[in-house]
Design a protein around this ligand. Structure first.
Ligand code: NAP
Length: 304
C-alpha cells in the first residue's frame, strides 16, 4: 500500500509540505486512498513533460470535500483527482462544472485556475478512448450492455454511450430501481435509439447477448477470487467485445477469463484508469498526455 497524507496532516500543510521534492501540486483524494495507483501513473508523466511538481495521495473523509478543495487552492495545488466515495460530493463543491461532468452527474477531476475550482469528468471520455484503442471500434457504432447500471461508473458509461448515440443500450443492475431511473434519463438523451431495461437472470442474459456487441462490467464484482460470475460463460460469443472496469494485479477477472475462453476480445479496468488519467492530465496541462510514460508507470506499479 502506498504512502498518503491523513486529512489532519493535510490541513497542517506548512508542517508537511517540505517532505515533497519536487513540490506537491497534484493529488488524488478518496477514503480509503492508500491503494490508489494514480501517483505511479502521473509522476512519470510529470517527469516526461519536465514539470517540477509531484502528485500525492490525501485521505479525505466523507463530508469534508469542500474543506479539502479550499485547502488545495490555498496551498497552490493545480489539480486533484477524486475517487470513491467523493465523486458526487465533489460535484456540489466546485465553482464551475464542465457540461459533460454535469450530464454524467459526477466530478472525478478538479482543475484549480486562479483560485477557481473547475470540475470535470474523465471516466466517460476515458471509456470511449479505451474502447477505441483496444477494440478499434467507436461506441457510437456498438450495441452496449451495461452490468451494474446503477452505480457511479455504470451511470457514467451509460450516459456517455447515449450521448455518442450508440444504437442500443441495455441496462442491468442488482437493484432494479436504480437502473430504471437511469433508463429514463438516457432515453431522454437519445430518443431515437433503443434503451432497454434487463432483469438480471441467466435466461435473460442468454436471450439478449446475441444482440449485443460490447459487454461492460461496471459492478464492483471480479476483484476477488471467488466473486460470483456475472454472465453464464456459454452465452459469451467470439464476436463480443468485453470491457471489465475492474482490474486485478494477479490475473484476469472471472468475466474476462470466460470471455477469453469464448474467443472474445477483452480489456480490463487498467486501460480505463490510464485513459481517464491521461484526460485529467490534459485538463491540467493542455496538449497530449505522455501516454507511454503513464502506461509504463502503471505496469511497474502492478509488478511491485
Ligand atoms: N478502472 C477505472 O478507472 C475505474 C473507474 C471507475 C470505476 N471503476 C470500478 O468500477 C466498479 C464500480 O464503481 P462505482 O464507482 O460505480 O461503485 P458504486 O457506485 O459503489 O456501484 C457499485 C455497483 O456494483 C453493483 N454491485 C455491487 N455488489 C454487487 C453484487 N454482489 N452483485 C451484483 N451487483 C453488485 C452495485 O449494484 P447495486 O446498485 O444493486 O448496489 C452497483 O451497480 C468498482 O470496482 C470501481 O473500482 C474503475
Amino acid at each position: 500500500m502506498g504512502e498518503f497524507l491523513t486529512f489532519d496532516e493535510f490541513l497542517n500543510w506548512d508542517a508537511v509540505a517540505g517532505r515533497f521534492t519536487p513540490p506537491a501540486r497534484l493529488a488524488v483524494i478518496g477514503d480509503p486512498i492508500s491503494h490508489s495507483r494514480s501517483p505511479q501513473m502521473h509522476n512519470p508523466a510529470l517527469k516526461a513533460r519536465g514539470i517540477e511538481a509531484q502528485y500525492i495521495r490525501v485521505q479525505v473523509p466523507q463530508g469534508r470535500v469542500a474543506e479539502a478543495f479550499r485547502q488545495f487552492a490555498k496551498c497552490g495545488f493545480l489539480g486533484v483527482n477524486i475517487t470513491i466515495p467523493h465523486k458526487f460530493e465533489a460535484l456540489a463543491e466546485v465553482d464551475e462544472i464542465d457540461p459533460l461532468a454535469s450530464r454524467l452527474g459526477a466530478v472525478n477531476t478538479l482543475a484549480i485556475r486562479e483560485g477557481r475550482l473547475i470540475g470535470y469528468n474523465t471516466d466517460g471520455p476515458g471509456f470511449l478512448r479505451s474502447v477505441k484503442e483496444t477494440f478499434g471500434a467507436e461506441v457510437k457504432d456498438l450495441r452496449v450492455l451495461i452490468l451494474g447500471a446503477g452505480g457511479g461508473a455504470g451511470r457514467a458509461v451509460a450516459v456517455q454511450s447515449a450521448l455518442v448515440g450508440c444504437p442500443k443500450l441495455v441496462l442491468a443492475n442488482r437493484t432494479v430501481s436504480k437502473a430504471e431511473t437511469l433508463a429514463g434519463e438516457v432515453t431522454s438523451l437519445s430518443p431515437k435509439n433503443e434503451v432497454k431495461l434487463l432483469s438480471w437472470t441467466d435466461e435473460a442474459l442468454a436471450g439478449i447477448l446475441p444482440e449485443i456487441d460490447l459487454i461492460v462490467n461496471a459492478t464492483s464484482l471480479g476483484m476477488k477470487t471467488g466473486d460470483a460470475r456475472l454472465v453464464p460463460a456459454e452465452a459469451l460469443l467470439a464476436r463480443h467485445l468485453v470491457f471489465d472496469m475492474v482490474y486485478r494485479a494477479d490475473g484476469e477477472t472471472p468475466l474476462l477469463e470466460d470471455a477469453t475462453m469464448a474467443g472474445a476480445k477483452v480489456v480490463d479496468g487498467l486501460t480505463l484508469l490510464l485513459h481517464q488519467g491521461a484526460i485529467s492530465f490534459e485538463h491540467w496541462f493542455g496538449g497530449t498526455a505522455p501516454l507511454d510514460a503513464m502506461r509504463e508507470g502503471l505496469r511497474n506499479a502492478l509488478k511491485a
